[in-house]
Design a protein around this ligand. Structure first.
Ligand code: ADP
Ligand code: MG
Length: 259
């Protein structure tokens, strides 16, 4: 399965936030979108998942235009975790996670055995099984992020879209989130498209990196090809060295000292 955007253009009123965007994301791969604040990363993600309408161009899921899918049908192919999300108070973790099954149910149906099996799998895969009786409000930032991912996973998506899944997490929880993403990708073959700010993480976990600057694609490719000193200067206005260290698979990004 793949999702392909062809020349999409997305505007907020008169403001053109994304232009000439061509992007291909494939099931089974980890694709990371990077770029400065306000460059249009979230807007692109929303365009690819039909959360926003595009003014020009088209988006295809395999050979079919995204516009032809019903909401429920689309939710069985892709799962989206937006940048901001909130739960009403007093939701139990297991209750929230079970709502992810809605795309598979009729309005009058409750969870059947099959649904329950998938809900349990999702809670186990994301390590929230022990939290299932807790209220979502009693969960820490890292925990609630995993609960949300479990919820989206019960949709059994082929591709998972995550907008800044590590923001507001401390370093160990950031690493835990990256490990979870890799595990889901490796073990379940789920494609992942995510927006990340941490370029070291992007370097480590991505198969493909798309760089966005001012609403346009600046570059794309393998992380070690795309994340280079020139891109860092032109896109982020930051000086850095990229250092290869024997014994490490991926190079390190060393930012110039702050003076
Ligand atoms: P990023 O995710 O890269 O930080 P966004 O995609 O959220 O950037 O935003 C891209 C541009 O569009 C920014 O200039 C932002 O201010 C603008 N923008 C985003 N959402 C809206 C909105 N709902 N209404 C108007 N402008 C918006
Ligand atoms: Mg954003």
């Amino acid at each position: 399965m793949e999702i392909k955007a062809q020349n999409i253009e997305i505007a907020y009123g008169d403001y053109l936030a994304v232009k000439d965007m061509n992007i291909l994301v494939e099931k089974g791969k980890i694709t990371t979108i990077i770029g400065p604040n306000g460059s249009g990363k979230s807007t692109v993600l929303k365009g690819l998942t039909r959360l926003l309408n595009y003014r020009k161009g088209s988006v295809y899921l395999d050979a079919r235009n995204l516009k032809e899918f019903s909401a429920k049908e689309l939710a069985r192919h892709i799962g989206v975790l937006p940048q901001m999300h909130s739960a009403p108070p007093d939701f139990q973790v297991k209750e929230l996670v079970s709502y992810g099954r809605m795309p598979y149910q009729k309005w009058y149906e409750r969870c059947n055995e099959e649904d329950q099996r998938i809900i349990d799998w999702a809670m186990q895969a994301t390590g929230v099984w022990e939290l299932r009786e807790k209220s979502i409000n009693e969960c820490s930032g890292g925990e609630s992020q995993r609960v949300w991912i479990a919820t989206v996973l019960t949709q059994q998506p082929e591709i998972l879209f995550l907008d800044e899944p590590t923001t507001y997490l401390d370093i160990s929880h950031q690493q835990e989130m990256m490990r979870l993403v890799k595990k889901l990708n490796r073990e379940s073959g789920i494609g992942v498209v995510m927006v990340l700010h941490d370029l070291s993480h992007a370097m480590e976990v991505s198969d493909w990196v798309v760089v966005i600057k001012n609403g346009k694609k600046y570059d794309e490719g393998k992380p070690e090809d795309v994340i280079n000193p020139r891109m860092m200067r032109e896109v982020y206005d930051v000086d850095c060295d990229i250092i290869n260290i024997p014994g490490r698979e991926k190079p390190l990004i060393a930012y110039r000292e702050i003076s």
